[in-house]
Structure formats: structure tokens, C-alpha cells
Design a binder for this molecule. Structure first.
Ligand SMILES: C[S@@+](CC[C@H](N)C(=O)[O-])C[C@H]1O[C@@H](n2cnc3c(N)ncnc32)[C@H](O)[C@@H]1O
Length: 215
């Protein structure tokens, strides 16, 4: 099935089904973001880019794949879309983004690099800015959570590609400092046809450090 608004370009999108996960968060995003930039990390074919831009949010999106970037640019002309690696500096300055969105794109790295990546997302947000992400779950057995060579805990070589899976403890660890978690849910999407277990997290950048943090 072709996703909403995808033009006829040479992209294999036949394996994706609609997954409007962001819709329920749009009122919160619009209310808290105002005119600040929205950064989308790893936009793929632009499903979430389209959802965000369709309600008038100023989206800067990027992806490593030139093909995906081309498709997103055609599909969402209102968005600014770049081809870049998320390990490079983000295309939005520190402390300026009102919202950061990352759906199933933050799972390619070893733990130390993963922690640094989430910290960089936090620093990119302005104070109280909103972060919405979806992360592979350790229960995601249809897409590599079990039966693949281990690199480190919950990090496996899946069909030649390193892939991280998140459990409750790792999510707690990431969001325990500098964030206020608004929502944390374990759920299943059928976007990739087979059921895919994931975590959906919505959190705000928090700057007032606890007394214990300051010591
Ligand atoms: C599972 S797809 C998710 C795409 C989109 N967010 C969605 O939910 O439809 C993961 C995306 O991350 C991109 N990606 C992988 N490694 C990346 C990197 N180092 N920098 C930027 N994007 C990357 C891939 O090209 C792919 O589009």
C-alpha cells in the first residue's frame, strides 16, 4: 500500500502500512511548540514529516538515505529536508527546537553512543521542549530482538546491521536525568505488516536539577 501523499518515485514503500501514531500528540505539540523549529531525526519516506507539516509546524527533517530524502522532499514540500548522518551535528542549533521527533531511528548504536545521542537531543531542545520517540522493544521478536548474534546487552547484529532493543530499565536510565516523562507506553505497530513491539515515549527537557544532581 502506498502511504498518504507519496509521489510515484522509484522507492520501494510497498511494505509500509499507515501508522498515524503522532495524531494524538498533535494538540500537545502545537500548544507547546508555537513557532519554534520541529526537528525530525531519520524521517524515512516522510510519514511523520507530512503529519507535522500538514498542521503548519515548521519542520526540519533529515535522513541518511538520499532516496528517502528525495521522497520526503517531493511528498512534503513545506518541510526543510536534508541528507545527513545523525552522528553529525543536527541541522537545528542547540536549545532552539520546540519539538524533536524520532520514530524508530535511535537504535543503531552501542550504549555509550546511545546515551550521548539522547543527551544531544535534549540539548537541541529549548527548555521544556518536547521529545517524542519510538524505540525498538526487547519484545520485538519479529524484527530481531532474539536469535541474533550479541554485540552487547540488548544490542544485536541483525542481518548484518547492529540494532538496539530497549527494555524498561534502559529507558529509565536514559530519561532519569534532565527529562520529565509525560508518557511512556509499550505498544505494537503493524506499520511493517508483522507486529512490531515498541516503546512510545513523550518527554520534556527539564533543567531544574534536583539537589542530589547538583552535588
Ligand atoms: C525504521 S526507519 C524509520 C523511518 C521513519 N522515522 C518512520 O517511522 O517511518 C529508520 C530510518 O533511519 C534512517 N537512518 C539510519 N541510520 C541513520 C543515520 N546514521 N543517520 C540518519 N538517519 C539514519 C534510515 O535511513 C531510515 O529511514
Amino acid at each position: 500500500m502506498k502511504p498518504r501523499g507519496v509521489p510515484d518515485v522509484a522507492v520501494d514503500h510497498t511494505m509500509f502500512l499507515p501508522d498515524p501514531w503522532l495524531d494524538r500528540w498533535l494538540p500537545l505539540i502545537r500548544e507547546s511548540n508555537a513557532d519554534a523549529p520541529v526537528l525530525e531525526i531519520g524521517c524515512g519516506l516522510g510519514d511523520d514529516t507530512l503529519t507535522l507539516a500538514a498542521v503548519g509546524l515548521p519542520v526540519t527533517a533529515f535522513d541518511l538515505s538520499a532516496t528517502s530524502v528525495a521522497a520526503t522532499r517531493l511528498r512534503v514540500p513545506a518541510a526543510h529536508v536534508e541528507c545527513r548522518d545523525l552522528r553529525a551535528p543536527f541541522p537545528v542549533a542547540e536549545a532552539t527546537a520546540g519539538t524533536v521527533v524520532a520514530s524508530l531511528t535511535l537504535h543503531y548504536f552501542a550504549w555509550a553512543e546511545t546515551v550521548e545521542l539522547f543527551d544531544r537531543v535534549r540539548r537541541t531542545l529549548r527548555p521544556n521542549g518536547l521529545f517524542l520517540c519510538r524505540l525498538n522493544s526487547t519484545a520485538d521478536s519479529n524484527f530481531g530482538a532474539s536469535g541474533h548474534p550479541r554485540i552487547e546487552a540488548n544490542y544485536h547484529l541483525v542481518d548484518g546491521q547492529p540494532k538496539r532493543f530497549f527494555d524498561e530499565a534502559s529507558i529509565d536510565q536514559i530519561f532519569s536525568r534532565g527529562w520529565t516523562v509525560v508518557s511512556r507506553e509499550h505498544m505494537v505497530t503493524t506499520k511493517y505488516v508483522k507486529p512490531k513491539a515498541l516503546w512510545e515515549i513523550v518527554a520534556r527537557r527539564r533543567d531544574e536539577l534536583d539537589a542530589a544532581d547538583q552535588r
